[in-house]
Design a protein around this ligand. Structure first.
Ligand SMILES: *Cc1c(COP(=O)(O)O)cnc(C)c1O
Length: 369
């Protein structure tokens, strides 16, 4: 059996409605900041229950632009999780601020117990990352932020519709970034990102910054970027955002099926599930023994398993100037050695999942006997 990683071929199998709207858009020439962008922004904001949603060019820009909107740049420090995806630290670097890393714990989110030690007089913001689809300890992070007068930009790129104590990702911080890259929870046909906020001033500044700092056609208030969400991508976004509840429910159900199957395999540890977070499972990650051999075993049997991520971020060449060393973030480093990810999405069949589970069981049982 072949078990693919990406569900995009199935997700976009029936898109006549999208093409109909694109055909009309092409005739209208409404390509930049057009009507579909406003319509998509409204649909997205109401799906999340937030006041403002602002479409931008990528999830990375959706992190960078709110930092700039808060005036964060050179000389400032921004704290984020040591196990995050490259884009989080890339956005901080693009804003010109210094990246300060804090180790994660086995929820794959920032270890809040270590957060306060990382705060210095130069710290301006915390950028918690809701990695894998689970949700960082936001109430405690917000409490620490208030105590030290810090801003909070949530990286929600992996946890669209995730919740902590019933409160959604995107409603805690000053602003939150989401991505609609082809590997995220909802996808457009290329790169796209979106900022959400309940703050009117943040909304205004993000809208200025995404479009050259233009107050209107002729007046430039500040320096900004060309980071508009394309009208064409917004058409796809409108189509897919309506399916968001089903997409998320499908991922959660698939993860529950895996949890049941993997729970009984020695050699495999299912991460602890907290009953007060709603994990939307952008990734389905397990802790496993003899990880690299298991990965090969799965790939040889047609399962597109992956590693998120094999090289610790703080040891990447790009981060060398920060001076981090091996051993600085032991949990993040262990995750790089001991985790494996399996496909998990709304289109994966139970038969495919059972094949994945049995392939892993066979690997450990074979060695035991
Ligand atoms: C994907 C991702 C981003 C950036 O999104 P792009 O749209 O690819 O720029 C940022 N942070 C995390 C945690 C991500 O997974």
């Amino acid at each position: 059996m072949h078990v693919r990683y990406s569900p995009l071929a199935q997700q976009f199998a029936e898109v006549d409605a999208v093409f109909d709207e694109l055909r009309a858009l092409v005739k209208s020439g409404d390509f930049t900041l057009g009507k579909p962008v406003q319509e998509f922004e409204q649909l997205f904001a109401s799906a999340l229950g937030v006041k403002h949603a602002i479409g931008v060019g990528s999830g990375t820009d959706a992190l960078k632009i709110p930092l700039r909107a808060l005036g964060i740049g050179p000389g400032d420090e921004v704290i984020t999780a040591a196990n995050t995806f490259y884009a989080t630290v890339g956005a901080i670097a693009e804003a010109g601020a210094k990246i300060v890393l804090v180790d994660c714990d086995d929820t794959f989110c920032l270890d809040v117990a270590q957060l306060e030690q990382a705060i210095t007089p130069n710290t301006k913001a915390i950028m918690p990352v809701h990695l894998t689809g689970d949700v960082a300890e936001m109430p405690r992070i917000m409490e620490i932020a208030r105590k030290h007068r810090l801003r909070v930009i949530e990286d929600g790129c992996q946890s669209l519709m995730g919740e902590f104590n019933g409160q959604r990702v995107g409603t805690f911080g000053d602003a939150t970034a989401f991505s609609m890259h082809p590997l995220k929870i909802i996808n457009v046909w290329g790169d796209a990102g979106i900022v959400v906020t309940n703050d009117d001033d943040m909304n205004r500044r993000v809208r200025l910054l995404r479009n050259h700092g233009l107050r209107n056609r002729d007046e430039m208030e500040i320096f900004g970027y060309n980071s508009r969400l394309d009208s064409t991508q917004a058409v796809v976004g409108k189509w897919i955002v309506r399916q968001l509840p089903d997409i998320v429910a499908g991922r959660i159900a698939a993860a529950a099926h895996y949890d049941k199957g993997f729970g009984s395999i020695s050699g495999v540890t299912v991460p602890k599930r907290r009953n007060y977070t709603k994990n939307v499972y952008l990734l389905y990650v397990l802790f496993v023994e003899r990880r690299d051999t298991l990965l090969k075993h799965c790939l040889d049997r047609g399962i597109e398993a992956k590693i998120h991520y094999p090289i610790p971020l703080h040891l990447q060449d790009a981060l060398k100037p920060l001076g981090y060393k091996p051993g600085d973030f032991p949990v993040a480093e262990r995750h790089c050695r001991e985790t494996i990810s399996f496909p998990v999405d709304q289109h994966l069949s139970r038969a495919e999942q059972d094949y994945v589970i049995e392939t892993v069981r066979e690997f450990y049982d074979g060695k035991r006997g």
